[in-house]
Design a protein around this ligand. Sequence first.
Ligand code: ADP
Length: 476
Amino acid sequence: MKIGIVASEAVPFAKTGGLADVVGALFNVYNKEGNETYLFLPLYKTIKNVPYDLKKEGGIQIRIGSQDIKGNIFSKEMENGKTLVLIEQDYYFGRDSLYGTSKGDYADNAERFGYFDIAVLKAIELMKIDIDVLHLNDWQTGLIPLFIRDKNLPIKTLFTIHNLGYQGNFTQGILDLLHIDRKYFNPEGLEFYGNVSFLKSGIVYSDYISTVSPTYAREIRTKEYGAGMDGILNARKNRLIGILNGIDYSVWNPETDKLIYENYSVETISGKEKNKIQLGSALHFEMGNKPLFGMVSRLAAQKGIDIFVEALKEFLNEDIRVVLLGTGSEELENALIALQKKFPTKLKALIKFDETVAHRIYAASDFFVMPSKYEPCGLGQLIALKYGAVPVVRETGGLKDTVDNYNEVTHCGNGITFIESSKEDLMKALERAKDIYKNKTLYKQIQRTGMQCDFSWERSAKQYIDLFKKLIGDKK
Ligand code: ADP
C-alpha cells in the first residue's frame, strides 16, 4: 500500500503543538508491514535552516487569482520506505512562524494552505507516486478531498480532526483566488454560515473521517461539542470513527527519561519520591510529605483552567502542594500569579514553555490534574499514567477513554474522574484524591494500575492501517 500523510506540521521537522507529535509518530509506524509512506509538509523557513540534503523533484506553477505562483517540490528518501516531500514557496512558507505572529494569524492563511493543498496533488503527479490513500490532518489539508473529488482522482482519503475548535473559516473571496467552482459553495458543501470552511470541506468530501478518541467522535455529533459542525457530522456518522492517539514511549518513559532527576519504574517506584524532593529544592519549594498535584497545560479556556483557579482558591487552604507549568491567556496567567502570591508555600505557577520542567513535573507529581471542558484525546494524562502521577480528570473526550475512575466496590480504576465542568465537581475530585493519598496501599494500587496501562502508537497505527485497507477495498 502507498500511504501519503499530509499535515501542516510534524516532528521532528516543524512543531507548534500535539498535532506534530501525532503526525510524526504515524510517519514512523505506517511503513511497518512494508507500506511505502510519504509525508507532505510545507517547506518552512525552520526546515530550510536544517541541512537535510534535499533532492529537487521539479517546479510547479499554481494559478492564484490572476497570478501564476511558482513553487518547487523537494524530497528526501528516508529509512525503511519513508519519503519526505516538501512544498517550497518562500513567500508563503519562508516566514518566521507556521501560522502567525503574537498579533494573530497571518491574514493570508487561506491562500497559503489552499496553495499547499493544490501543490500536494501536483507533487504526487510530478513524482508519479501511485498513492492509494491520503491521510489528511486538520483544516489546513481540508480542500484536498474536494480537489480529488473534482478531478475524479483514484485516491482514497481519510480526514482526521485533531480539534474541532480550529475550523479554517474564511470569507468567500478564497473561492475565486483558488479557482474553486461555486457549485461547491452550498450548505451541503464547504459553505459554513456564509463563509468557506476548509474543515467542513474535509468532512464533506473525504471518504472517511476520524478523530482522536472514540468518545470525542461521539461528542462532536452533539450541539454542545459540535462547534456548529454537528449536523454535517451526523449526516456522515457511518463514516466517522474515533482512533485514540498514543504516546511515544521512547520519549516518555520514567525508566529511561534523561531529563528527570532519578529513573524509576513500577518495580522501583521509590525513585519517584526523589524526583519530588529534587524538584522541590530546585524550585525552593518545601514539598514535605504533602500530596503534590501537577499540571502541565496550555492556559486556555478549553483546558478548564478557569474552574481550576476557582477550586484552588479553596483547595490551597489545605495541606497540599501544587506545581503548574503553562502559558497562554494573559488573564489566566495573571490569576495564577495572584494565587501564588497569596499561597507562596503551596503553589508554584511556572509561566513558561519548558520541556525539561514538564518531564520533571510528571515525574515528581502524585496527581496530575486535567479539568478540560473538552479534550479530543489529551496526551498529558497518558504521560501522567506512565509516570505514576494519578490523573484527576474530567470525563470528556479522550480523558474518558483512558482514565477509569477508581471504584470502591470493584477496586478497579487508574485515576479519579468527575463529570460536570464546575468548580464544585472538580473540588470534590481533588478532595477525593487527597483522601486516597492518605491510604498508602490504595494510592499505590491505583498508581500501579496506571503505570501498567499501554497507550503505545502501535495499537492506534494498526487501526488506521486496517481502515486504509478497508477504504482501498472500496476502490471502484
Ligand atoms: P493540547 O495538544 O491540547 O495542548 P495535550 O494534552 O494533547 O494538549 O498535549 C499537550 C502536550 O504539550 C503535553 O505533552 C504537555 O506536556 C505539553 N505542554 C503543554 N504545555 C507545556 C509547557 N508550558 N511546557 C512544556 N510542555 C507543555
